[in-house]
Design a protein around this ligand. Structure first.
Ligand SMILES: [Cu+2]
Length: 312
């Protein structure tokens, strides 16, 4: 097991990645630019920030490009809207991770580069959500409840068969300050997804347009929600079967797989809630999780964590 996604995804329109996964191809970046990762325009109408007595959810903008992040070095605690603006050409993610007590940044960066021991990272960090794979030129939003500590924002995308984004500079430290979080209402949601070993529970279909979902990791392992749009009649069951086959040593189907990135929420630690705004056109989608399994090493998607979703 390595930090890379299954090979099937290398050839897909998926230059982004999940927690602890890696590279992709140049063709991926190009096709990803047409995907439904959520445009700036559609997001402008998708500000579902809740309020209590006029208090809106604080917002931070993370700007990503090849290969750096720009975001505040210090942010306030509490429920926070994270807007990932991908001003680059390739797919990027803004995964938030909090360093566990006593852990140094050097330990985390070393663990991230150890492809033979992906679980080593989980001993050092707590997955705190963030925005999943967002194509170049697109923008996506997620919400995280930030608690005081030392964090990294990490991109697990990659490009042109090169090293993963985080090894090229897309690993940036920031601090969440001590203090009292402001009292704000959560964003208005149209559903709740519970992440489980190995499934996405609670949502079967969504309405086209901008939709904000609550996402709870019910555990017992760390999970993410990575969203793809399925094209050309390809089904979630086929995707699930292809992922499982590859993990068992099978060869992925030839050619570019008929799916493309559509955003999602970054990995969440167990018993953690986040929120994600998806901007989806009508069609068939799948939620996936690429977190490496704690026992088997393979991505959870290869163990069945693929859920078909209809968008009407
Ligand atoms: Cu998972």
């Amino acid at each position: 097991m390595t930090f890379k996604k299954p090979a099937y995804f290398f050839t897909a329109a998926l230059a982004g990645a999940a927690l602890l996964v890696g590279c992709s191809s140049s063709s991926a970046s190009k096709s990803a630019s047409t995907s439904n990762g959520g445009s700036v325009a559609s997001n402008a109408t998708a500000v579902n920030a809740g309020s209590v007595g006029g208090a809106t959810i604080p917002e931070i903008t993370v700007t990503a490009k090849e290969y750096s992040f720009d975001m505040p070095e210090s942010v306030s605690p509490g429920l926070t809207k994270i807007r990932l603006v991908n001003s680059g050409k390739e797919e990027h993610t803004a995964q938030f991770i909090r360093l566990n007590a006593g852990v140094t940044p050097a330990q985390v960066t070393a663990a991230l580069q150890d492809e033979n021991n992906p679980q080593g990272v989980f001993k050092l960090i707590t997955a705190a959500g963030g925005v999943n794979a967002t194509p170049g030129g697109k923008e996506n939003d997620a919400y995280a409840n930030l608690t005081a500590g030392n964090y990294y924002v990490v991109s697990f995308g990659g490009g042109d068969n090169g090293p993963p984004d985080f090894a090229q500079g897309m690993l940036k430290a920031f601090t969440v300050k001590d203090g009292t979080a402001p009292q704000v209402a959560p964003p208005k949601t149209s559903g709740k997804v519970t992440l489980a070993d190995y499934n996405f529970l609670g949502v079967e279909s969504l309405s086209a347009g901008s939709t904000t979902l609550e996402v709870l990791n019910g555990g017992p392992q760390t999970h993410e929600m990575y969203v793809v749009k399925l094209n050309n009649g390809y089904t979630a069951d086929q995707l699930k079967a292809d992922m499982a086959a590859e993990a068992n040593g099978g060869t992925p189907p030839a050619g570019a797989p008929p799916f493309e990135d559509a955003g999602g929420i970054g990995a969440l630690a167990v018993n953690t809630t986040g929120y994600v705004t998806l901007n989806l056109s009508a069609g068939n989608y799948a939620f996936l999780c690429f977190i490496p399994d704690i026992n088997k090493g393979v991505p959870h998607a290869s163990l069945g964590m693929v859920k078909g979703i209809t968008v009407k």
